[in-house]
Structure formats: C-alpha cells, structure tokens
Ligand binder design. Structure first.
Ligand code: GAL
Length: 433
C-alpha cells in the first residue's frame, strides 16, 4: 500500500486507465437476520454498510436487485447503519467483530482502513475468488495492492469516489459577482467574502466528519500533491511552515461556514436550494443532487448545481474506494460470496455506480452509462495525479483518523490553529508506520 501512496504523486494515466461509474435506497436494519432460514426458507445475506440516506442508498438498492435476481435462494438483508462516512457504522462494526458476530459482508475502504482489518485478522483471503473470476485482469493493479497483504487479496472494490470536489450554485455565484469557480485557495477565500457580502451562506458544512473532509481538501489545495502525499510517510513533518499556512487558510475558510448541518446531505442541499454558494464534498453528492426523488433531489446539473476540482487541486484526484469483504466467521459464507460476485461483476458495478455518483473500480465498465459529472470523473481519473483521502480510509488507518478527528473537534470549538497543528503532528507521530 505504501508504494501506491508513495507514487500517488505521479500520474497514473496509463496504469490506472479505468473506465467507470450508480443509486438505491435502503434503511436502517429493523429486524435481525435469520442466520440461515431452514425449512425451504430463503437464506439471508447480511450486508453491512452505511448507505441508508438520500443519495447513498440508491446504488445499494440497484446492486441488491441484481443480487436477488441472480440468487433466488438468498435474500439481501440490509444491515446498513445510518451516518455519512460510516463513523457510526464503523464503531458498531468494531464491536461486532470483537464479539465474533460479524455481518456476512461489510463495507471497508481500500487503503489504510482495510489494511487495519486485514492485520487484525478479521478477513478471509479472497485470492480464490480473484482466481476464479480472473479479477486481477479487471481491477487496476495499484488498487489491488491497496487491498492486499503479502500477496493475498482481501476485498472486492466496487467503485472509485473523488473527495476533492467543489460543488456550487451557479446563480448564487453570479449574484455575488463570481464569474468562475475559484482555482486557488486565495481565490476561494476572496469568493467566500463576496458571497458573504450578499447575505448568503458562503460555505455549507455538515456534521463533524465533513470538517475533516474539508481539512484534507485544504491541505491538498494549499500544499500541492507531492507535499500532501508526503504527510503520510514515516517521519513526515506536520510542524512545517507549509502545514501552518494550510491550516491558517483552513481556519479562514471555516470562518465562512454556515451552521453545521446534521450530515452531508442537508449541507449539500443548501447549495442546491440556493441558500449557500459552495460545499466541498465527495462525489456521492452528485448522486444525491442528480438522482430523482425520493432517493435524490432531482436537480438539474449546471443550473441548480455545478462542480469543479476543490480550489488548488486541479489535476489531482483525491481518491477513495468502497470495497466489500468476507469476514472470518460469516454465518452465511456462501451467500456472502454470492454478494461479492455481484459486487465484482460488470453488471453489478454498472448498476451501482451511476446511481452512487462514483466511477467503477473495473476497467471494462460501460462508459456510455457515465455521463455529465461522471464523464468528467472518468476522464480525470485516467489522467490525474493521485492523492489518498484522509477521512475515507486511504491515507490513515482508523486510530490515526480518530486522533485527527479529535484535534479537528477541538479546533471547531477553540479555533486555535497552533493547537490543531500540534494535535495533527502528535497524531502522525503516534500512528504513522
Ligand atoms: C464515504 C464512502 C462513500 C459515501 C460517503 C458519505 O466514506 O466511501 O461511499 O458513502 O462516505 O457517506
């Protein structure tokens, strides 16, 4: 994994030339799954994710449909736990893993997060599935590296998401005299000020994790790709003047944030409804803006909402990837493998991703399905440099992210940039391997 992180600064154009891009509607699990329905009953497959909310669930539902069509003996049991970015889901998952009562399959981010589950011995090796389905041929080698330890492969990636997207409301920008999306952090700050003068919310913000999401974007946009990627190498200097400058900009940008919303969806909605000018969020927001109601807002792209790379990050894809696993001790192991086969398939990925607002992990997806924002994403993914997301499991493992989250939480209250920098430096020191 470290190798990919180390090389993320170089263009991966050819290496990763992916094709790509999904939506559904689930709901919090309300009943407990029968381990294995006997007596001719269908066996349930407990699929654990955090895709329950608007814009999140559509993709999962699309994949569920294919799963149930192809597997008449199984039913899909939606064990999703609400809460964007999975903070709540991951805490519950940890307790299930510790109690040795894992779901049949769970969602995990490729990169440092998944490496944590692998090293803790939570996951079965899926090399047999990769051999059977010839999956090494269809996934980018560098992505497979992120989900492997000692040559064994531990999950099935369903997508590639982009973290560094600036979503904006074109009419609000026009009204504030902002002619085009800001390309640098300084331009961004100047534009935030112009919007403020018009009485609109300059930057919408969601729950606490969305602030860490903003932080990763400002670090990348301010420091540049190589310096950002270097932050996750052993011995990296989080006390450098470059980090100080980035954090000062972060504090300034945060001073333009509206009232914190409950999660990412209401913050994104403020932009789509014209209450706010900007929101920095991953491209799952596209599924939410674009999908028809109830799953999405049914908004018109380029009119109700528009997008650009987050300020200062053009040419770089801050990536993350959702993947599904086979936990050791899964009650319905065969059913979980049947789910993984759908998640790995072209049909599954092409149903999931256009709804999810992501591009497929597979290189052979049907490009024609990926239009509008998703066509831009496919193009950029095949040509941009790479950086790994902090909030979404690529660059830092869960203990490191928890330490970063704590520092960000303290900063939200104190606005103390120095303390934030020290907190981030300490987090790196205790957790970088
Ligand atoms: C990410 C996840 C995405 C999306 C987002 C918001 O961590 O990878 O698929 O669900 O959280 O909840």
């Amino acid at each position: 994994m470290r190798r990919w992180l180390a090389t993320v600064s170089i263009s991966i154009v050819s290496a990763l030339s992916l094709v790509a891009c999904g939506g559904g509607g689930g709901g919090q699990a309300s009943q407990s799954p029968a381990a294995s329905g006997g007596g001719g009953e269908k066996k349930q497959v407990e699929v654990f994710s955090w895709w329950t909310g608007p814009g999140e669930a559509d993709g999962l539902q699309a994949m569920k449909k294919i799963f149930e069509q192809q597997n008449p003996n199984y039913t899909f049991f939606d064990a999703a736990v609400a809460g964007g970015s999975g903070d709540k889901a991951k805490a519950l998952l940890q307790s299930k893993l510790q109690a040795n009562t894992p779901p049949d399959t769970f969602q995990g981010h490729a990169g440092a997060e998944l490496q944590g589950y692998i090293k803790a011995g939570n996951l079965e090796d899926l090399t047999f599935l990769y051999d059977e389905l010839k999956l090494k041929d269809v996934f980018p080698a560098q992505l497979v590296e992120q989900i492997s330890v000692d040559g064994k492969i531990y999950s099935v990636p369903v997508n590639i998401h982009r973290s560094n997207v600036l979503w904006f409301n074109p009419a609000v920008l026009k009204d504030a005299g902002v002619a085009a999306a800001p390309k640098t952090i300084d331009e961004f700050i100047a534009d935030l000020e112009k919007v403020k003068a018009k009485g609109k919310i300059p930057l919408s913000i969601g729950s606490e994790w969305t602030v860490t999401h903003l932080l990763e974007n400002v670090l990348l946009g301010s420091m540049g790709t190589d310096a950002y990627n270097a932050l996750f190498k052993p011995g990296a200097d989080w006390n450098s003047p470059q980090v100080t400058k980035a954090l000062e900009s972060f504090a300034k940008i945060m001073s333009y944030a509206g009232d914190p919303q409950d999660d990412w969806q209401p913050a994104a909605k403020q932009v789509a409804d014209g209450e706010a000018a900007f929101n920095i969020m991953g491209d799952w927001a596209y599924g939410y803006f674009h999908n028809p109601p109830e799953g999405g807002l049914g908004k018109k792209s380029k009119t109700d909402f528009d997008w650009a790379p987050a300020p200062g990050t053009e040419g770089t894809y801050m990536w993350l990837s959702d993947s599904f696993t086979l936990p050791k001790g899964a009650k319905n192991r065969d059913g979980a493998i049947a789910w993984l086969k759908v998640a790995a398939s072209k049909e599954g990925q092409d149903a999931f991703n256009p709804k999810k607002g992501s591009i497929p992990a597979r290189k052979d997806a049907d490009q024609a399905l990926y239009t509008d924002y998703l066509a831009d994403a496919l193009k950029d993914w095949s040509s941009n440099k790479l950086a790994g997301s902090i909030q979404h499991g690529v660059s830092v493992n869960q203990p490191w992210l928890a330490a970063i989250t704590e520092s960000v939480g303290l900063f939200i209250g104190s606005k103390d940039v120095k303390a934030l920098q020290q907190g981030l430096a300490d987090a790196a020191k205790s957790n970088a391997q």
